[in-house]
Write a protein that binds this ligand. Structure first.
Ligand code: GDP
Length: 444
């Protein structure tokens, strides 16, 4: 899911890198390309329109940032707006003050409701709840048995009508199910309802009757993310016919374009609570708009990096270092400072792994570990200011002194000096590649 969209967005945003300043024309053309990418991913047109208008407005009005270059700023805006259309904060289940909490599942046949009932039950059980399933899908042959099977797999009780009683009345089953849950001290009841192949008034009425009978704390609309634009029309029909308080997206493991996932929240105004991404009961979790957005943007954790950079970087120092990097004047003193700034941002392997394009530098990155960075720091601290400023003066006797003072072998001091020259080269390359160094840097 989202692979194509992700590729497109990444390349659109990558085109911005290296630009020192974005003109309105740059922003317009970027917005146009994002629009095409979203439409191709099957995102509903009104959602695309609103999204693009917002991104454009914010990008054009963006303050010149101390910590981020223009490309990073646009990435940040696109990310924030994606998070917003996906619902903003992670929305958790509303649990009833007086248990049992009643969760009702509604959606088309094949959307994944029965499977979801099992997934949800297992997930809730792991959180210490005692859920019970109620089989109110009396329409589809085998639906009751299927629910009993997933209930067993999840290790929870399933309330089902006794076999041989004809078709039965789902509203009656629902009522009795809730009574049984109260009686047997279950704190959460999950009511599975009959799906329909298309939007069907009769079945919609049945779902509304069950809703009235059980008064759910949450009605979850279950939708297959693979059905594209139809997800939006179906969602609207269920919103008007039954009403729901939250959405569950299923089959996010599929290779569809994913527009449904991006549209449904914005179109219905109801949040996405859970995401289901596989046939196994464990393939299921809370839906996190922020994680989903960064997955769609396909930028590793570029966004985390942007955030951390905003927090950790001393802008003035970063600018000075960027200038020195560009002009080749970097000293060991600067190297030490940069290392300390980078260390503030977290383990170095994680950090470098977050950079887009870092994949190509994996071998080099694999050799960087935090302890060796700490040793490097110790060595640099063992040097005099003159040595830090001009490593060329570090002759054999100085190397011995430094090694002794910082508790390492002379070989390591030699390595450091050599690696400093290598690192200088590599940092120059990286500075150019990722546009680091802030607006004052001469690396773009
Ligand atoms: P219901 O008619 O809404 O109750 O749908 P089911 O729970 O019977 O699911 C329909 C089909 O979709 C079944 O074959 C499930 O195994 C499958 N399914 C459900 N959820 C997922 C999912 O997240 N990923 C994948 N790949 N398949 C799923």
């Amino acid at each position: 899911m989202f692979d194509t969209l992700s590729d497109r967005l990444t390349s659109v945003l990558q085109n911005l890198r290296g630009k020192g300043k974005l003109s309105d024309a740059d922003i317009d053309s970027t917005a146009r390309e994002i629009r095409i990418a979203l439409l191709e991913a099957d995102v509903a047109l009104p959602v695309v329109r609103a999204f693009i208008a917002k991104v454009k407005e914010r990008a054009k009005g963006a303050e010149v940032s101390e910590a981020l270059n223009p490309a990073q700023q646009v990435i940040k805006i696109v990310n924030e707006e994606l998070v917003a259309i996906l619902g903003g904060e992670t929305r958790r289940l509303n649990l009833a003050k007086n248990p049992p909490t009643v969760l009702m599942l509604a959606g088309l046949q094949g959307a994944g409701k029965t499977t979801l009932a099992g997934k949800l039950a297992l997930w809730l059980k792991k959180q210490g709840h005692a859920p019970m399933l109620v089989a109110c899908d009396l329409q589809r042959p085998n639906a009751v048995t299927q629910l009993q099977v997933v209930g067993e797999r999840a290790g929870v009780q399933t309330f089902a009508p006794e076999p041989g009683n004809g078709v039965g009345d789902p509203v009656d089953v629902a009522r009795r199910g809730i009574a049984e849950a109260k009686h047997s001290q279950h704190d959460i009841v999950i009511v599975d309802t009959a799906g329909r192949l298309g939007v069907d008034e009769e079945l919609m009425r049945q779902a509304a009757d069950i809703r009235d009978a059980v008064q759910p704390d949450e009605t979850l609309f279950v939708v297959d993310a693979m059905i594209g634009q139809d997800a939006v029309t179906t969602a609207e029909a269920f919103r008007d016919g039954v009403g729901f308080t939250g959405v569950v997206l299923t089959k996010l493991d599929g290779d569809a374009r994913g527009g449904a996932a991006l549209s449904v929240r914005e179109v219905t105004g109801q949040p996405i609570l859970f995401a289901s991404n596989g046939e196994k009961l464990e393939d299921f979790d809370l839906f996190h708009p922020d994680r989903m957005a960064s997955r769609i943007l396909g930028m590793g954790d570029m966004l985390t990096l942007i955030e951390q950079a905003e927090q950790a970087f001393d802008q003035e120092k970063a600018e000075q270092a960027a200038q020195k990097l560009g002009s080749g004047e970097l000293t060991l003193e600067d190297f030490l400072e940069q290392m300390l700034a980078v260390r503030k941002m977290g383990p170095i392997g994680n950090l470098l792994g977050m950079l887009p394009g870092a994949g190509q530098m994996k071998d080099q990155l694999a050799q960087v570990d935090d302890r060796s960075l700490d040793r490097l720091q110790a060595i640099i601290r063992g040097m005099t200011p003159a040595e830090r400023a001009d490593p060329k003066i570090i002759n054999a006797s100085r190397r011995q002194r430094i090694a002794k003072g910082s508790g390492v072998a002379v070989r390591e001091v030699n390595d450091l000096v050599n690696r400093f020259y290598d690192a200088k080269k590599m940092m120059q390359q990286m500075a150019g590649r990722f546009g680091f160094g802030g607006p004052g840097g001469n690396n773009r």
